[in-house]
Design a protein around this ligand. Structure first.
Ligand code: ZN
Length: 54
């Protein structure tokens, strides 16, 4: 399989992250953009991946 490209920045993805539906991103994202989106949509919150949503 070829490498996915990030739908946000267009760079080849090493580790692929799937966006939340409400982010309006259609496709996989790189870790950098995923982190950026997390901060953008959940400012001040530290969302833990795989953790329980408090
Ligand atoms: Zn990216």
């Amino acid at each position: 399989m070829g490498r996915e490209k990030c739908s946000v920045c267009g760079q080849a993805i090493q580790k692929q992250y799937m966006p939340m539906k409400e982010w309006s991103v259609s496709g996989a994202m790189c870790g950098t953009c995923y982190s950026a989106k997390l901060e953008e949509h959940y400012p001040g919150e530290h969302v833990r991946l795989g953790g329980d949503a408090a």
